[in-house]
Design a protein around this ligand. Sequence first.
Ligand code: FCB
Length: 784
Amino acid sequence: MSTARFPEGFVWGVSTSAYQIEGATTEDGRGPSIWDVFPGGRNGDPACDHYRRHADDVRLMKDLGMAAYRFSVSWPRVMPTGRGRLNGPGLDFYDRLVDELLAAGIAPYATLYHWDLPQALEDEGGWTSRDTAHRFADYARAVHDRLGDRVGTWFTLNEPWVAAFLGHGSGVHAPGRSSAAEAFTAAHHMLLAHGLGLEALRSAGAGRAGILLNLSPVLTPGQLGDMESRPSEEDAAAVARIDALHNRQFLEPVLRGRYPADLLALIERTAGLGHVRDGDLDLIGRPIDLLGVNYYTPTVVQARPGAVADPAFPGSEDVLFCSVPTAVTAMGWPIVPSGLTLLLRRLSREYPETEMMITENGADFVDVVTADGIHDVERTSFIEEHLRALRVSLEEGAKVRGYLVWSLLDCVEWADGYRRKFGLVHVDLETQRRRLKDSALWYRDVIARNGLPDGRTRRPTLETVAARAGVSRATVSRVVNGEASVSAEARDAVLRAISELGYVPNAAARSLVTRRTDTVALVLSEPRHGGDALIAAVVRYVTSMLEGAGKQITLMLADTADSRRRVIQHVEARQADGVVLLPPDDHGPLAERLARTGVPVVLLGRPAVASLVPHVAVDDAGGARAATAHLLAGGRRRIGMVCGPTDLVAVQDRLAGHRDALREAGLRPLLALSGLDRESGAAAARRLLSDHPELDALFATSDDLAIGALRAARDLGRRVPEDVAIAGFGDIDAASCTTPALTTVRVPAEDQALALARLMLSRLDGRHAGPVVLPARLVVRDST
Ligand code: FCB
């Protein structure tokens, strides 16, 4: 086998799921699912309208040469209330889909549960109720009765960890519960559903059957760099605990019929063991034919005494989830292809008999539709690097039978909605038009040759085009810029080379002859405590989006008089086509000064003084009003405010919103001023609560301050929320990890970043743009 070839019969395909692409959520008798009801869901949206366009989508897959298509059957489409009556038209849909796939020579792989539980079952307890597992088995049997003669590969459940722990632990997925005990109970009932479902499929004579798990190698930061490095005992213990929660919680019951002993103790402490009955694990551990491995990124942790537990990993106290110093996808997931090799090596060692398939792998990147296509080089190289890693595993003997890309289409990414783009195929949401991205064409070639191309995917450069066309770089640049001074012959050669190489003219080509640099300066004024998470996200998203649009980014600091002067000189010398200025504080004069250079400037945050420079801000006043109204609605009347530095415009606006809401209720604000960090938040809250023991609620202008307030309340022996309710502003990750979890106003960092990048792009196109104010949304958790 050559280094780039895959084994004979290796299965290439794609995966999707019903809720993410079908749309038609209320048609032909489909019942509601938990994702239709969930506030972060997309009730009634057409998604990719696959319900109606399935024949076209199958044709698309055929053209790309797919051998397998993994789709999910929507339980509420087939059984609207989750039990009993079957919905004929719903089953007919899957019947047609399967026939079309077979006619196209594509093997249908059916997933029975990809997170869209019928809401009627949720109303009866959902996955916290044991009965749901039995209802699943009935449903599995019913679907098999209809499709079993033609579907050869069945998966019971997709990623029970996500459904159990994001759905019932952190609550960021439907049904949005947040209880560690319920998360463990739900996880067990899902495993039981797998066991019962498998039994139902087997007794009906199903072909191949298995389960799909999201697996992630758990490593310390040291191991990420060097697998041979030996972690400290504490770090090794942290790794083992997270590995038990993430991976072994599912691998061991399914493949060995037992819970790992260390995990069992944790489950017992958190949820008791009443829900794990005799015989359950025997059933769950019956042999499967195929383990579906969904791999995206590793999990990197280390011991950190005092760290609060992540609610998605109950029992993860004293563990720090680390960020990884490497390239990330737009989703923020670190790109670590070698993690796949590590994972498969481990699975092959511990479960040598198990046949596997990579059933999900892929990436979200910001795509730019150009007149000549969607040149998603990052996605292509993401897939290519992972296939190379997979190739290493095959060489080592891993029994991996195929690879399915997540996903065929850009679709609904659960609570993140349409913002995420995982598709090989772009979907225009207005028209539903499908456009193949370059990654789809590249994948088609991989399938056709059952292997990877020899060279690595690299964005063709001006040099490559010049070399292919046999002309100078300057000539290429002139052609790209539409100059007349090029001979017809040279022009033809250049255009031919451009189309053969799939070249996208970028900065270098244009700047050779135009005055444009295709560079945008991203200017950071003085970084202030507490804004870091937002700034980091903004830098990441703005960079990725502007780079996707062919711009280069120059990151500049403007934190001293001297550095501010340098920024101004840089822009005056036209070394940047545009400036994105963040964060808001302090940049009034700088923004105005830069705007006077004539170069388009956009700001993050409302400027202190009314200005014509367009900005992106969050509705700070509205958010504070909503948080205060929520406290009032909960019967709180004596509300104190921990107020950050009032020279910050955001704090001024939050104060105004708080004041307005109180005024409407006939109340007056009671403030304690603080700095920006937790300690000063705690000190201010302590002052408020000691001077005014009658206070029954606190609103803090940031969530760091609110975390300080939580600490102060605890130190003073006040129960939260019984004695004092606490709400914050901003949604740093820690807000959902405090005990109790904090109610906060969500400031959508990614949305701000995207709006900022869009604003910059439209200013660069010479379009006028006004300010953008994004709504802030209250996220109610346990502290109120
Ligand atoms: C997996 C899910 C899939 C999709 C990808 C990005 O966890 O199974 O539906 O959301 O992540």
